[in-house]
Design a protein around this ligand. Structure first.
Ligand code: MD3
Ligand code: FE
Length: 217
């Protein structure tokens, strides 16, 4: 049986509470869904290519980014914000693929957020060496709306800080197919991703993708 051949590779789904308001859905994404998400990523990136944005302070982000949906998150010397125009493609962001929307809604519902209706999806690509320093996501209008994050490809060490930047962060491994729903008290927690280690993954090759679904407006 193929199930025996691959025993130890496929992971069983499980649910873990990270903290009040944050639910880690391990292996929530099926192999079939993962393939659909990758196809969606390719479609999105063909219209709005990955790019290394600049922070307001003038630093180049090591994570390459794009967006889909009605709004996209951007940063440049003028600040962090959501906007409907992709400044690189000089067009609106591409629509959210159906498979993206379906997964985000299913994950939010599983975590108790029925009726989640994201209007923005940030696509992050981490190549080996890329990282994201501790930050809060606070450019969204309604903090009662959760953020759904989906990890694909190489594993990463997620840094979960507390409510203050000075709280010592907890380290957690996020693997391909893991989904985290951040709502309630966890919505404004500090978080980041440690420097990505080199490796090879069957789904993505030498990188990690992270999709974050947000209600921007
Ligand atoms: C906790 N992305 O795009 S996902 C981001 O893996 C971002 O690319 C990371 O942080 C990544 O803003 C982490 C996990 C995550 C996403 C949003 C959160 C954790 C969060 C919002 C509030 C609290
Ligand atoms: Fe974030």
């Amino acid at each position: 049986m193929t199930g025996d051949l691959f025993a130890g590779l496929a992971r069983d789904p499980s649910v873990e509470r990270i903290t009040e308001g944050a639910l880690l859905l391990r292996a929530f994404v099926s192999e079939e869904e993962a393939a659909q998400l990758m196809a969606g990523i390719e479609t999105v990136l063909a219209a709005s290519p990955l790019r290394h944005m600049q922070t307001p302070g003038g630093f180049r982000m090591s994570v390459a980014m794009s967006n889909c949906g009605r709004f996209g998150w951007v940063t440049d010397r003028r600040g962090y914000r959501y906007q409907s125009l992709d400044p690189l493609a000089e067009r609106d962001w591409p629509p959210m693929p159906d498979a993206f929307m379906a997964l985000a809604v299913r994950a939010a519902e599983t975590a108790g957020f029925a009726g989640f209706d994201p209007d923005a999806c940030l696509v992050n690509r981490y190549d080996p060496g890329a990282r994201m320093s501790l930050h809060q996501d606070k450019n969204e209008q309604d903090m009662a709306q959760p953020i759904v994050s989906v990890s694909l490809g190489l594993p990463a060490t997620f840094l979960f800080g507390g409510m203050a930047r000075t709280d010592k962060p907890q380290r957690m491994r996020l693997e391909s197919g893991d989904v985290v729903v951040w709502g309630g008290a966890a919505r404004l927690a500090f978080h980041g991703i440690d420097t990505l280690r080199d490796g090879e993954h069957a789904l993505t090759g030498r990188c990690r993708y992270n999709l974050t679904f947000r209600r921007a407006r």
